[in-house]
Design a protein around this ligand. Structure first.
Ligand code: ADP
Ligand code: MG
Length: 240
C-alpha cells in the first residue's frame, strides 16, 4: 500500500532523511518512534506529499508521490491525516466540519453526507456534539472530531503525527481508544507517537527512527523487550 525506497530529504544543507526503505501492507498498523528532531514528521509528511521528496521513491496506493506529474490532490483523497494540533474549521459546527470534504470532493448530497457524518460521530463517541462549535469542545473531543473528519473522506490509509501530544493526560485515553478501534476494523495506519503503551498494544510493527534512518524495526515485543540496536535501547530507557 505504501512503498518507500531510498528516501532522502534535504532542507537546505541539512540532510534530514538519509535513505529510508519501508513497505507497508494493507491493514498494517505501524508505529514510528524516535527522538525529537529525528525526522519522524518529515517521513510521514513525505507519504502524502506535504514535503517534496529530494531523492528516492515514494508510492502510496500506487501513486508515485516523488513524480512531479502525479495528481497529488487525487492521491491525498485516499490518505487521511491527523496532526498534533486539531485544525478544525472554527467557524463551522462539528457536523459542518464533517460535511465539507465529502460534499465538495466526493460529490455526496448534503443528506447523504449527513447520514455518513452522524455515523462517524457515533464511532468517535461524539453524537451529542453534532451541532457544537469546535471551541466549546475539549482538546480530546476536538481531536476525535478531527479523526472523524479525516474518515469522512473514506481514506484507505490514515497517517497520525503525535495525535495525543498536545492533550491533557486525562484526555489521551479516549483518542487512543478511537484509534485502537480503527486498527481493529482493519484500517491501514502509520502513527508517530510517544505513547509506548499504545504502540506496544496496537502496532503490528514498530519502527525506530534516529538521525533520519530506520535504526531498527520489528514487532512491539522485539523492539520493547529485546532491542538489538544500542540506540533503540538508549531511547527506550529514557521514555519507558
Ligand atoms: P521529528 O518529527 O522526529 O521531531 P522532524 O521531521 O520534524 O522531526 O524534523 C527533522 C529535522 O528537520 C529537524 O532538525 C527539523 O528542524 C528539520 N526540519 C523539519 N521541517 C523543516 C523545514 N520545513 N525546514 C527546515 N528544516 C526542517
Ligand atoms: Mg514530529
Amino acid at each position: 500500500m505504501i512503498h518507500i525506497k531510498n528516501l532522502h530529504k534535504h532542507f537546505g544543507d541539512s540532510h534530514v532523511l538519509r535513505g529510508i526503505d519501508c513497505d507497508i501492507q494493507p491493514q498494517e498498523v505501524v508505529c514510528v518512534i524516535g527522538p525529537s528532531g529525528s525526522g519522524k514528521s518529515t517521513f510521514l509528511r513525505c507519504m502524502n506529499a506535504l514535503e517534496s521528496v529530494s531523492e528516492g521513491e515514494v508510492r502510496v496506493n500506487g501513486f508515485p508521490v516523488h513524480d512531479q506529474k502525479t495528481d497529488l490532490n487525487k492521491m491525498r483523497e485516499s490518505v487521511g491525516m491527523v496532526f498534533q494540533r486539531f485544525n478544525l474549521f472554527p467557524h463551522m459546527t462539528v457536523l459542518e466540519n464533517l460535511l465539507m470534504a465529502p460534499m465538495a470532493l466526493r460529490g455526496m448530497s448534503r443528506a447523504q453526507a449527513t447520514v455518513f457524518a452522524e455515523g462517524l460521530l457515533a464511532k468517535v463517541g461524539l453524537s451529542d456534539k453534532r451541532d457544537a462549535w469546535p471551541s466549546s469542545l475539549s482538546g480530546g473531543q476536538q481531536q476525535r472530531v478531527a479523526i472523524a473528519r479525516a474518515l469522512a473522506m473514506q481514506p484507505s490509509i490514515m497517517l497520525f503525527d503525535e495525535p495525543t501530544s498536545a492533550l491533557d493526560p486525562e484526555l489521551v485515553g479516549d483518542v487512543l481508544e478511537v484509534m485502537k478501534n480503527l486498527a481493529s476494523e482493519g484500517m491501514t495506519m502509520v502513527i508517530v507517537t510517544h505513547e509506548m503503551g499504545f504502540a506496544r498494544e496496537v502496532a503490528d510493527r514498530v519502527i525506530f527512527i534516529d538521525q533520519g534512518i530506520i535504526q531498527e524495526q520489528g514487532t512491539p515485543e522485539q523492539i520493547f523487550s529485546a532491542p538489538q540496536n544500542p540506540r533503540t535501547a538508549s531511547f527506550l530507557s529514557k521514555v519507558l
